[in-house]
Design a protein around this ligand. Structure first.
Ligand code: LMR
Length: 334
């Protein structure tokens, strides 16, 4: 795969640098792993529409959804090599390339609501985190929402004890690994595009994701139960290849920044609605029983997962965790 990415990267470099192509549009390949009909998919399409409009066609954005170009791990490699210019991986996917700090977003129950999230992403902490990307040849442009995660399996998941011994697919985050271990479950890192089949064939027993991702990947067709836990959050960092971005004419970069700002506002204003609608669609499909937890059951889940904070403090950074809680108006967790 690496060879293929390298070949694509050199073609991209030739295309971008070619003097004979001065009048042809600048191409931005934007690869992502979810369906078009999701918060991220819609924000990416909105960015394309606005970027092409504001640059009067001087920029052409090619959006490749649903892992059609690259899967999770490959897409980050492809961006660093310049085979694609733009991505929006979830916060949980930066650990393997050496940026562990975004895993703070993976901590269980770290966000009481989306308003608290904005305090981080629109504030100094959000900016400070984006800066970390520079050293990896990436520029962070925006934070895009998906929403809160739910649990699903072929077994009813109500109490922490129900998770014991079950295999759960996770994204490539050590915090998520610790989270499932805190429940006595067995976490297994897997690319998003492989989840449906893994659930269908029983390679894993369950998974966690937002309603929108569960519905658009048809996971509800192969999971008998889903529990409304809202125990964690999935959001994205929009990144662009730094060399590509810095090499753009300043006026083009300004127009693209404007398009990104508006696409972000658009996407983030729709995400909660998208997830609500996906939940309704799952209910309507009638293949999955949706379980709601009582406040006591919620509290028991929360209590079971709290040791994760201590466990990952040295990886994610205790000062960062403390700052995150402070910014979102929450007391320290010990
Ligand atoms: C996942 O891998 O479950 C998600 O990060 C996919 C996505 O991009 O929403």
């Amino acid at each position: 795969m690496r060879k293929l990415i390298l070949a694509a990267a050199s073609i991209a470099a030739m295309t971008f640098a070619g003097p004979a192509l001065a009048d042809s549009p600048i191409i931005i390949k934007f690869s992502h792993v979810v369906a078009s009909d999701t918060p991220k998919g819609k924000a990416a399409d909105k960015f394309k529409e606005l970027a092409e409009k504001y640059t009067n066609g001087k920029v052409k954005v090619e959006v490749y959804p649903n892992s059609t170009l690259y899967k999770d791990k490959e897409e980050l490699e492809a961006l660093q090599l310049g085979a694609v210019q733009m991505l929006a991986p979830s916060n949980s996917k930066f650990g393997p390339i050496g940026i562990k700090e975004f895993e703070v977003f993976d901590l269980p129950y770290i966000l009481p609501d989306l308003k608290a999230l904005r305090k981080v992403t629109d504030g100094p902490l959000g900016a400070q985190l984006l800066k970390k990307l520079d050293s990896k040849g990436m520029t962070g442009l925006a934070y895009w929402d998906n929403g809160f995660k739910q649990m699903s399996a072929n077994k009813k998941l109500v109490a922490p004890a129900d998770y014991k011994g079950l295999k759960f697919r996770i994204q490539s985050s050590k915090v998520l690994e610790a989270q499932f271990r805190s429940l006595g479950a067995i976490p297994q890192v897997m690319a998003f595009s492989d989840v449906y089949q893994a659930l269908q064939t029983g390679v894993v027993d369950g998974q966690e994701n937002t309603w929108s991702n569960i519905y658009t990947q048809k996971m509800h067709e192969v999971q008998k139960y889903a529990t409304e836990t809202n125990h964690g959050y999935i959001g994205y960092v929009v990144i662009v290849n730094k060399k590509f971005w810095d090499g753009l004419p300043a006026d083009i970069r300004d127009e693209l920044s404007k398009a990104m700002k508006e696409a972000t506002e658009f996407g983030n204003s729709q995400s909660a609605k998208e997830n609500d609608e996906a939940l309704e669609a799952i209910k309507k499909a009638g293949k999955t029983e949706i379980i709601s937890l009582t406040p006591e059951q919620n509290a028991a889940m929360r209590k079971a997962m709290m040791p994760v904070y201590k466990e990952v403090a040295s990886r994610v950074g205790q000062p960062l965790i403390d700052e995150f809680l402070k910014e979102t108006g929450q007391p320290p967790i010990n």
